[in-house]
Design a protein around this ligand. Structure first.
Ligand code: FAD
Length: 504
C-alpha cells in the first residue's frame, strides 16, 4: 500500500462500453476495496446498435469466467466465422474474409508464400478453400474447436453475432453481482478541481453529487467528460473514411441464420445482414454526400430478405478518434473515444482493448504522465491500424459510380501504402506490434479485392513444387472432410452448443 491508491471509480454511461468496463474492472479489481459506480440515464438511452464481434471477444468472455453457452442462450446470439463480401470488388463478385490462422507452413516457408506461388501459376485453388472457417461458413456449418490432433478442427476460430444492448444487459447482471453500484440519473454538471483541472465530481439532475478518483467516460458520441468537460479534441477522419450515416432496421428470418456477416456493396456505401437467433439485423452505411436518405431507405427495404420489423432508424456519425483517449483522470471508452465504421466490426473490440490497456496501466492518484502517454499511444496505434484496414477496403475496388470513384481517389496513409507495396512486390504481409488484424485478414481482403503480387517470395523456390502441390491438396481435402463432419450452424445453436458436434 503506497497510500495513493485509487479508491473510487465512476463510470458515466451504461451502454455496451459502460457495462463492459464495469464487468472488466469489477473482475480484475476484486478484493482491492475500490468502489465502482456506474451512472446511466434511461431517459437518454444507449445507441442500441452493434451486432457483430470478432474473435478476441471470446477471450474477454472467458476472462470474466462467463459460461459461453449460457450467454449465447441469454442474448440469442449466433456464431460468426467471418465476413462474406458480396459485389464489393465488382458487381457479381464474392469473397470471404475468414477468422482463424492461415494454413501451416512448410518448414520455414509460411502458407501465404507457397500458396501465392502456386496461385500465380494458376495451380492453386481459391484462398477460401484453405480456410476451415470460410468453407464451413459458406456451407452453413459450425462447431467450436474439437480436440482432434493434426486437423483444422483444433483451431476453429469464431466470434458471436448478438445485440450489443442485450450483451450490456447481461454484463450489468455480472457487474452488479460483483459489487458495482448502479445509479439511474442524468449527469447535468461536471466539476473540475481547481489547479489541475482534473474531474472532481459529477452532479445528477436529482442534485446528488458523485465524486471519484478515476472517471471512465462511456457516455457515447457526446463524450460528456472527455470532450464536454475537458475539451480534449477530436480527430476527424472523414477524409479517409467516407461514410457518415447508417440506416438500420431489424427483419424476420427468411432462412436459417448463416454463421457469418454478409456485407453487400451498394451505390453509396454498403449494407450488412447479421443473423441473430430471433431476427436479422440490417443496416445501410453510407455517405450522405453521395445519396439521399430516401434512396437509401428504398434500397435497404428492398434487400432485407425477410419482413421488416419496425421502421428504419437513422444514425449519424463522424469517423475519427478522440485526440487523447485518456486525459487527466478521465479514460474514454466506446463511442466517447472515437468511432470507426462497422465494416469489420471493430467497435466492441476497441472497447475491450481500452479496458485491457487501462488495467495494464492502472493508475494511482498521481496519474503518472508516462503511463497516460503510453496508453494514448497504444490506443492511437490500434485505431490507426483499423482505419488502414477499412481504408484498404474502400480504395481497392473496381466498382463504378461517383461514390466508389471518389473512394479510389482517397490518398492512402503511409502505413497502408507500405503494406500494399510490400504485398505487391513479393506477397509479404507483416503484422506489427499490437496490430489487430492477422495475416489471414490482410491476405483475404487483398486477394479478394484483386491486389495481386507481381512476384512471389524467392525463398519459396527452396521447396519442391510437387511437395507444395501435395501439401495444398492435403489441406484442401482435410478441410473438406472436417466440414462434412460438422453439424449445421442452426443445429449447433439449437442444441445449446455444449455437446453439439463433438464427434470428430
Ligand atoms: C451504425 C452502427 C453500427 C455498429 N455496428 C457495430 C458492430 O457490428 N460491431 C461492433 O463491435 N460495434 C458496432 N458499432 C459500435 C457499437 O454500437 C458501440 O461501440 C457500442 O454500442 C458502444 O456504445 P457506447 O456504450 O460507447 O455508447 P452508447 O450506447 O451511446 O451509450 C451511452 C451511455 O451513456 C449514457 N449517457 C449519455 N449521456 C448521459 C448523461 N448526461 N447522464 C447519464 N448518462 C448518460 C446513456 O444513457 C448510455 O447509457 C456500431 C455503431 C454504429 C453507429
Amino acid at each position: 500500500m503506497n497510500g495513493r491508491q485509487i479508491r473510487s471509480v465512476v463510470i458515466v454511461g451504461g451502454g455496451t462500453a459502460g457495462w463492459m468496463a464495469a464487468a472488466g474492472l469489477a473482475k480484475s479489481l476484486e478484493g482491492m476495496g475500490i468502489r465502482i459506480r456506474l451512472i446511466e440515464s434511461g431517459q437518454i438511452g444507449s445507441i442500441g446498435v452493434g451486432e457483430a464481434t470478432i474473435p478476441p471477444l471470446m477471450d474477454f468472455i472467458r476472462q470474466l469466467g462467463i459460461a459461453e453457452d449460457e450467454l449465447v442462450r441469454d442474448v440469442k446470439a449466433t456464431y460468426k466465422l467471418g465476413i462474406g463480401y458480396r459485389d464489393w470488388t465488382r458487381p457479381g463478385h464474392f469473397y470471404f474474409h475468414p477468422f482463424g490462422p492461415t494454413g501451416p507452413g512448410i518448414g520455414s516457408i509460411p502458407f501465404p508464400a507457397y500458396w501465392l506461388k502456386m496461385f500465380l501459376a494458376g495451380k492453386a485453388a481459391p484462398l477460401e478453400e484453405y480456410s476451415i472457417q470460410a468453407v464451413a461458413a459458406t456451407q452453413g456449418r459450425f462447431t467450436r474447436p474439437v480436440h482432434a490432433p493434426n486437423t483444422p478442427l483444433n483451431k476453429i476460430t469464431y466470434a458471436l453475432h448478438f445485440d450489443a444492448s442485450s450483451f450490456a444487459r447481461y454484463l450489468r447482471g455480472f457487474a452488479e453481482a460483483r459489487g458495482v453500484e448502479r445509479t439511474e440519473g442524468e449527469v447535468r454538471r461536471v466539476s473540475l478541481r481547481p489547479g489541475d483541472g482534473f474531474i472532481e465530481s459529477v452532479t445528477l439532475e436529482s442534485g446528488e453529487s458523485i465524486s471519484a478518483d478515476l472517471f471512465v467516460d462511456c457516455s457515447g458520441f457526446r463524450g460528456l467528460l472527455i470532450e464536454g468537460a475537458l475539451e480534449t479534441g477530436y480527430e476527424d477522419w472523414s477524409h479517409w473514411l467516407p461514410c457518415d450515416r447508417a440506416l438500420v432496421i431489424h427483419s424476420e428470418h427468411a432462412a436459417a441464420p448463416d454463421p457469418y456477416t454478409l456485407v453487400t456493396a451498394r451505390d453509396a456505401g454498403w449494407q450488412w445482414r447479421i443473423p441473430l437467433q430471433h431476427r436479422n439485423g440490417n443496416g445501410y452505411v453510407y455517405s450522405s454526400a453521395f445519396t439521399s436518405n430516401d434512396s437509401v431507405e428504398d434500397t435497404l427495404l428492398a434487400n432485407l430478405g425477410g419482413q421488416p420489423l419496425g421502421a428504419p432508424r437513422e444514425l449519424r456519425f463522424t469517423p475519427g478518434r478522440r485526440r487523447k483517449a485518456w486525459n487527466r483522470n478521465v479514460v474514454a471508452l466506446g463511442l466517447a473515444a472515437g468511432f470507426l465504421e462497422p465494416l469489420e466490426a471493430t467497435g466492441i473490440h476497441l472497447i475491450q482493448r481500452g479496458i485491457a490497456m487501462l488495467l495494464k496501466f492502472f493508475p494511482d492518484r498521481d496519474f503518472a504522465t508516462a503511463d497516460v502517454e503510453r496508453y494514448n499511444r497504444m490506443l492511437e496505434f490500434e485505431f490507426s491500424r483499423v482505419r488502414d484496414f477499412l481504408l484498404m477496403h474502400y480504395t481497392q475496388t473496381e466498382r463504378s459510380g461517383a461514390f466508389w470513384e471518389h473512394c479510389r481517389a482517397i490518398p492512402l496513409t503511409d502505413s497502408l501504402l507500405e503494406k500494399i507495396e510490400l504485398f505487391r512486390s513479393h506477397g509479404r504481409i507483416l503484422r506489427e506490434d499490437t496490430e489487430l488484424f492477422p495475416v489471414i485478414s490482410w491476405l483475404s481482403v487483398m486477394v479478394g479485392q484483386n491486389i495481386i503480387p507481381r512476384r512471389y517470395d524467392p525463398l519459396v523456390d527452396s521447396l519442391d513444387p510437387h511437395k507444395i502441390q501435395a501439401k495444398l491438396e492435403e489441406l484442401r481435402a482435410g478441410i473438406k472432410g472436417c466440414v462434412e463432419s460438422m453439424p449445421s450452424h442452426w443445429d449447433f445453436v439449437h442444441r445449446g452448443g455444449a455437446g453439439a458436434g463433438r464427434t470428430a
